[in-house]
Ligand binder design. Structure first.
Ligand code: C5P
Length: 231
């Protein structure tokens, strides 16, 4: 059996609720994603509260600042022993290299990946902030840049998996949010795909939040998603 690629996004400020959810989901997901909402409320102590569950943790803080500041933040985050951390590729090559060096010095286990274009952004949103290339073109450019800086992978939407796999090879991690099983709410996401399709297309990790956490029975929702992946 292959590892379950689903990391559930625990987007909440309620530590007890997040912990209970993680315990209930433990057998049905492959990892946990803790992001800005949770970390802003609970910080490093909040992250440590999940470590005994022995599930990989993706600390999704999307750092984007000058290289020295990002390096310091990454060093602190990696020293928590988390499995994956991320920065914005738009921070540029010097920032990505500084982040990678800082993570490697804090612990060899932590993978560093780069956010390309947020899955909530459409082509017209990109045009509104002055980015002429389409989301697909911009994702490819930033992913190539991240790979050339030595990063372990990128965050991209499911729509970009196939072109990125073709351009970047099999070993580069593609971490994919914006996953929506048939019939679930889009919420604020735009560039979405179903879990089985994204898995088949070559995603390394599927980040899934509300379709699991907001379901009437989150464990059942996660189990059904895992089953649909035939892992
Ligand atoms: O609830 P939903 O499934 O939309 O959650 C997706 C998660 O993935 C959220 O925690 C969001 O912060 C994260 N994410 C994203 N797009 C990115 C990077 C991360 O939606 N490009």
């Amino acid at each position: 059996m292959r590892a379950n690629p689903v990391f559930v996004a625990l987007d909440t400020t309620d530590l007890d609720y997040a912990r209970q959810l993680a315990e209930r989901l433990r057998g049905h997901v492959g990892g946990l994603k803790l992001g800005l909402e949770f970390f802003s409320a609970h910080g490093p102590e909040g992250v440590r509260a999940f470590q005994d569950l022995e599930l990989p943790i993706f600390l999704d803080l999307k750092f984007h600042d000058i290289p020295n500041t990002v390096a310091g933040a990454v060093r602190a985050a990696a020293s928590l022993g988390v499995d994956i951390i991320n920065v914005h590729a738009a921070g540029g090559p010097a920032m990505m290299k500084a982040a990678l060096e800082a993570a490697r010095s804090a612990g060899p286990k932590t993978k560093v990946i780069a956010v390309t274009v947020l899955t909530s952004l459409s082509d017209s949103d990109l045009a509104a902030v002055g980015q002429a290339p389409s989301a697909g073109e911009q994702v490819l450019r930033l992913a190539q840049l991240a790979k050339s800086c030595g990063l372990d992978g990128v965050v991209c939407s499911a729509l970009e998996i196939a072109p990125l796999r073709a351009a970047l090879g099999r070993d580069f991690m593609l971490v994919v949010p914006g996953i929506r099983p048939a019939g679930s709410d889009l919420g604020d996401q735009h560039r979405v795909m179903g879990p089985a399709e994204a898995h088949l297309a070559g995603a390394s990790i599927l980040v899934i939040g509300r379709p699991i956490t907001a379901a009437p029975d989150p464990a059942k929702a996660a189990a059904e998603i895992a089953q649909s992946l035939s892992i």
